[in-house]
Design a protein around this ligand. Structure first.
Ligand SMILES: [Zn+2]
Length: 70
């Protein structure tokens, strides 16, 4: 039988490249924001994300304004 579907890759929200989820978690390269888990390709992206996670995710008011004004 076929096992569970394996969806192992997530996209790094900072640089947009696919990241192997388990590897990133094993290295501590992840954050949980608003109940969602995000993983990163490396410490650089992780640090950038920690500095302004909501802006990078487009969750803050300014980003929403920008989007609405397009
Ligand atoms: Zn990255």
């Amino acid at each position: 039988m076929v096992g569970l579907p394996v969806e192992t890759r997530d996209v790094d929200p900072v640089c947009g490249i696919p990241v192997e989820h388990a590897d990133a978690v094993a290295q501590g390269l992840w954050e949980r924001i608003d109940g969602e888990q995000y993983v990163f390709c490396g410490i650089g992206c992780h640090v950038s994300f920690q500095q302004e996670p909501r802006r990078l995710l487009g969750l803050d008011d300014m980003a929403l304004q920008d989007r609405l004004n397009v």
